[in-house]
Design a binder for this molecule. Structure first.
Ligand SMILES: [Zn+2]
Ligand SMILES: [Zn+2]
Length: 74
């Protein structure tokens, strides 16, 4: 039994384009790292915050959910 209270609005859908923007600087970079929780960060911000996000250069930790993501596998 699943309730069907999930109304989708086409107008809202159009506003929420699937553009990826960095959650740190708000820009829309050609490439950025994404966490499964929806957080994304661009290369510039990743480098700036590498000291806090990535301690080993192999993985980076999502500041939103704390999950470890691989740096190279995107
Ligand atoms: Zn950024
Ligand atoms: Zn996350």
């Amino acid at each position: 039994m699943t309730g069907s209270a999930n109304k989708s609005s086409y107008r809202e859908k159009r506003l929420k384009a699937k553009e990826i923007c960095c959650h740190c600087c708000g820009k829309k970079p050609p490439f950025c790292w994404k966490c499964k929780c929806g957080f994304s960060i661009c290369q510039d911000c990743m480098q700036e915050n590498a000291w806090s996000l990535s301690c080993n250069g192999i993985t980076w930790q999502c500041p939103d959910c704390g999950k470890q993501n691989e740096l190279g596998n995107q």
